[in-house]
Design a protein around this ligand. Structure first.
Ligand SMILES: N=c1c2ncn([C@@H]3O[C@H](COP(=O)(O)OP(=O)(O)OP(=O)(O)O)[C@@H](O)[C@H]3O)c2ncn1[C@@H]1O[C@H](COP(=O)(O)O)[C@@H](O)[C@H]1O
Length: 105
């Protein structure tokens, strides 16, 4: 299923050259970083509210919106979901409690 992330990454990269009037993603790029960050913040709040509702379909819908907008943020910063997947892979199997205890700062 992570294939959809790489397919979407490819679309998000293509949209950098697209007409903002013909693409939602291109319109967000055109509005700039602050507009993208505002959408990420809104979608994070909507995710919290959906979780509190206890409606699992609604929660999945809102998390999809949040992932989508964070992927736009990564693309705008010349990154992709692959960097995040690699970071999660690096952490895999590393206990969060042990990692916290090993921090020097
Ligand atoms: N996955 C998505 C996706 N998820 C959500 N959205 C859009 O994100 C927008 C913001 O969602 P909201 O629920 O906040 O809606 P809203 O309140 O009306 O939005 P705003 O007025 O605040 O912008 C809506 O227009 C949704 O349709 C998406 N738009 C596009 N994609 C993917 O991105 C691809 C490229 O899209 P375009 O750039 O539009 O061609 C598509 O083929 C899809 O694969």
């Amino acid at each position: 299923m992570s294939d959809i992330l790489s397919q979407l990454d490819a679309v998000l990269a293509e949209r950098k050259d697209a007409d903002p009037d013909s693409s939602y993603v291109a319109s967000l790029y055109a509005r700039g970083l602050d507009a993208i960050l505002k959408k990420v913040g809104e979608e994070a709040c909507e995710t919290v509210m959906a979780a509190k509702d206890g409606d699992s379909d609604h929660l999945v819908y809102e998390v999809a919106d949040l992932w989508f907008h964070t992927m736009i943020l990564l693309a705008q910063q010349n990154l992709s979901s692959d960097a995040v997947l690699q970071e999660l892979a690096r952490r895999f199997g590393l206990s969060g409690l042990e990692e916290k205890a090993s921090r020097t700062t």
